[in-house]
Ligand binder design. Structure first.
Ligand code: NI
Length: 226
């Protein structure tokens, strides 16, 4: 399932973050690529552990922690500290699959990448190209979102970023280990949660709302690892 989280950050937050990111140090993005994706990857990144990356990353994590749509869709167990990349001057990232296990630099922490996220910091009008193209079982999705919006998609998907031929595309990217590792099970839970919330809003004391909530939690109990 590919899902868009709109307005994760406000325009004011995006603007403040962009000034910090634009003034930070940028290095060759191949530092965090695996052997195969190193051949496909051509972009710039802020070094892992850079103070700006840590500060903005912390704000993103806090915001995610209170975003109900993200929590319902991702059922997050762990989130990798956000990284930041920039594509300009024809840079692109060819077709690849993200590494399955990510080590958090300088720690013993590991995150299994069940979901990949891209949070956009450039408005679509600022650059040409730069679409994130994700191939999944339901076809090919081309994603280019307003600044402050985020896309989350299964890390098992083949994906690429099209060349940026004008301007610059700045974004944050990171991975999520979900309490429910299987994408099909997680999608069923998300759909069930949505229906349950709608029915509960319409008829708060309805026995059906209680039963649906029970069904949701009993499936989550069966499928979740915590
Ligand atoms: Ni990737």
């Amino acid at each position: 399932m590919l899902i868009t989280i709109p307005d994760l950050l406000s325009p004011g937050q995006v603007q403040a973050i962009r000034s910090k990111l634009d003034a930070a140090e940028w290095i060759d993005g191949r530092v965090t690529a695996g052997y195969q994706s190193m051949l496909a990857k051509d972009n710039m990144q802020i070094p892992e552990g850079h103070p700006v990356a840590q500060q903005v990353g912390e704000l993103i994590l806090q915001t995610l922690g209170s975003n109900l749509l993200f929590i319902s869709a991702a059922l997050p167990a762990k989130v990798f500290p956000p990284l930041f990349n920039r594509y300009s001057g024809g840079q692109s990232f060819g077709t690849h699959v993200d590494n399955s296990i990510r080590h958090v630099k300088g720690t013993s922490h590991r995150v299994r990448s069940d979901l990949s996220a891209t949070l956009f910091f450039s408005a679509p009008e600022e650059y040409d190209g730069g679409e994130l193209v994700v191939e999944d079982t339901y076809g090919i999705h081309s994603v280019k979102l307003p600044a402050g919006h985020m896309v989350v998609y299964p890390s098992s998907s083949l994906h690429h970023v099209r060349p940026v031929t004008r301007g610059a595309r700045v974004s944050s990217f990171f991975w999520i280990q979900s309490m429910v590792r299987d994408d099909g099970e997680r999608t069923l839970l998300f759909d069930l949660d949505n229906v349950t919330q709608r029915i509960t809003a319409e008829e708060p004391s309805s026995p059906n709302a209680v039963r649906l909530t029970g069904l949701y939690h009993n499936l989550l109990r069966r499928w979740a690892e915590v």
